[in-house]
Design a protein around this ligand. Sequence first.
Ligand code: FES
Ligand code: FES
Length: 165
Amino acid sequence: MIRLNVNGKPRDIDVAKDTPLLWTLRDVLNMTGTKFGCGQGLCGACTVQIDGQATRSCITPVSAAVGKKIATIEAIGRTPAGRRIEAAWLALDVPQCGYCQSGQIMSATALLATKPNPSDSDIDDAMAGNICRCGTYPRIRAGIKKAASATTTADVSEPSNRTEA
Ligand code: FES
Ligand code: FES
């Protein structure tokens, strides 16, 4: 039996220690907000946070997350940075098909939690591993900047002109 801390709650699971965290979340805990893309750490669709660090759950064995705090898209809106990012995403209508967006949000939130006013190069570094086949990169960047400039969710909740991808 393995005990994980997922979104602040203890979860006891019976899986092999080398089971990828992604499959543990999706297939054992039925938390399907975290997506499978490449399965090789290359696309970022599976990004979660472990102790605040954006982490590719497809290549992370569940044993590596024991004793650490796992945060997923299902609960990221409870954090101050997550609230601002989610509000900015809605205000700017960031997603297109949406498949990559939980991973994008997890990386963006990890960035804002450590760098509240990230530079363009900070954003480039933090988001480089998150691929979007729909090309929403300009709106993702605008969303991060909007969230960074906001001090409250209300500051980012007003719809504004959409930045075309
Ligand atoms: S599914 Fe994990 S990085 Fe692509
Ligand atoms: S919104 Fe479609 S892959 Fe990113």
